[in-house]
Design a protein around this ligand. Structure first.
Ligand code: GDP
Length: 440
């Protein structure tokens, strides 16, 4: 996410991070570089200029030149300004009303249908809601089918009626259906067009006037940069929407849309889409995004994800097993599965501070655990419970069965052994022991 921008900002701030002499010229040079980085990221010229002017003003006001760590202060100023530009505090969505109605708008291909599913899934699993999806695209039967596919995937019902070609009455029928069936959230997926089109806008405005939604969300593909901002402006003029959803932030996005959209339409970005899968959705937090852009990672989100997936009962079971020296490969497997539930490897690594820069250009296998899992699946239940039984003959068989090499099997066994030892140590009040070991 935003690799190029992060790298350029890092370079711009590099001069001030050093311990050499810092002069007013350096600060001016740095802000110029920052502006260039923003322009390259497709941030609107006026916004980039205002941004750097503010940074410069603050830097001079706070006497960057005379502080002991000017680089750090400068990073903080840039971070605060970036956060402010992207919206300040995170804003949630309004789920009042029974049902709460959420109307989706956006161009065709922006990711509207995918996001409708992601949002329904998010509200069901994280907010314990009982959503209904409503298909209101009366022009493309395939769009209705697509929403059904999405709904089936996440176990959420979809209301559609291919006989009805009036989007307003369809939307109203969808809301009535939700009310009759105890759904407390309705997400209406509307028809998009390939480009901004007055008839499409009027249609969505008519749906909005009829169903009076709690939220009108505008979905836009972040990869389209300045176009995304222009489309947002056009939609906002007609719809006066409540919030923006930026999709495809997992791609090679330059970042301009994320940075500029809020100040152009004065509406908050509420969610981001970070992949094609149904769980690739995040609430947008301007300050965490600023951290990411500046290569500072997003540790808060990472910890939150870990907490969400943390299964207390499972943890207790594992603890007992470790205490009894009975931690086996089945347990190892279930740990891996928990990590995998947290998201793709690329996504997780991207949240670690400094990782973006260190891993730039590296092809991260999205299924990094594939080989490990294959090896474990090739073991018998008895072998998984008693790894000590794995002699050379068995290891060879496992390597053959899992399509890996003997070397990979040995490596996994070694890692497993080390991990078991470490867990045992952490268990038995061994924090101290471990510290001692590390100090040696
Ligand atoms: P709609 O026409 O606005 O309903 O768009 P779709 O939901 O059909 O999405 C268009 C394409 O974008 C599909 O291939 C989706 O899988 C893909 N897509 C949607 N959201 C994301 C995202 O956050 N990341 C990526 N990489 N692809 C996405």
């Amino acid at each position: 996410m935003f690799d190029n921008l992060s790298e350029k900002l890092d370079k711009a701030l590099h001069v001030l991070r050093g311990h050499g002499q810092i002069t007013e010229i350096n600060v001016a040079e740095t802000t110029k570089e920052i502006r260039r980085a923003l322009l390259d990221a497709d941030v609107n010229f006026k916004i980039a200029k205002e941004f750097t002017n503010k940074v410069k003003e603050k830097a001079i006001g706070q006497n960057v030149l005379t502080t002991l760590q000017p680089g750090q202060l400068m990073v903080k100023i840039v971070k605060d300004e970036l956060t402010e530009l992207m919206g300040g505090d995170a804003e949630g969505i309004n789920l009042s009303g029974n049902p709460a109605v959420i109307l989706m708008s956006g161009l065709q291909g922006s990711g509207k249908t995918t996001f409708s599913g992601k949002l329904a899934n998010f509200l069901k699993r994280k907010k314990s809601k009982n959503p209904l999806l409503v298909a209101c695209d009366v022009y493309r039967p395939a769009a209705i089918d697509q929403l059904h596919v999405v709904g089936d995937q996440i176990g959420i019902p979809v209301y559609s009626d291919k006989e009805n070609n009036n989007p307003v009455s369809l939307a109203l029928a969808g809301v009535a259906h939700a009310r009759a069936n105890g759904h407390n959230v309705v997400i209406i997926d509307t028809a998009g067009r390939l480009a901004v089109d007055q008839a499409m806008m009027t249609e969505i405005a008519n749906i909005r006037d009829a169903v009076k939604p709690q939220e009108v969300l505008f979905v836009v593909d972040a990869m389209t940069g300045q176009d995304a901002v222009n489309t947002a402006r056009a939609f906002n003029e007609v719809l006066d929407f409540d919030g923006v959803v930026l999709t495809k932030l997992d791609g090679d996005t330059r970042g301009g849309a994320a940075i500029s959209i809020k100040s152009v339409v004065n509406k908050p970005i509420k969610f981001i889409g970070t992949g094609e899968k149904m769980d690739a959705i995040d609430v947008f937090h301007p300050s965490r995004m600023a951290d990411r852009i500046l290569g500072m990672g997003d540790v808060i989100s990472l910890v939150e994800r870990a907490q969400e997936q943390f299964d207390e009962e499972q943890a207790r079971k594992i603890q007992k097993k470790i205490a009894k020296n009975a931690f086996g490969f089945d347990d190892f497997l279930s740990q891996i599965q928990q990590i995998k539930k947290m998201g793709s490897m690329k996504d997780l690594i991207g949240m670690m501070p400094g990782a973006g820069k260190a891993l730039k250009g590296m092809d991260i296998d999205d299924d990094a655990f594939k080989h490990i899992e294959a090896i474990i699946y090739s073991m018998t239940p008895d072998e998984r419970a008693n790894p000590a039984k794995l002699d050379a003959r068995r290891k060879k068989r496992i390597a053959g069965g899992s399509g890996t090499s003997l070397q990979e099997v040995n490596q996994l066994l070694k890692q497993f052994e080390q991990m078991s030892k470490m867990m045992k140590m952490m268990q038995g009040g061994g924090g101290k022991k471990m510290m001692q070991m590390m100090q040696q």
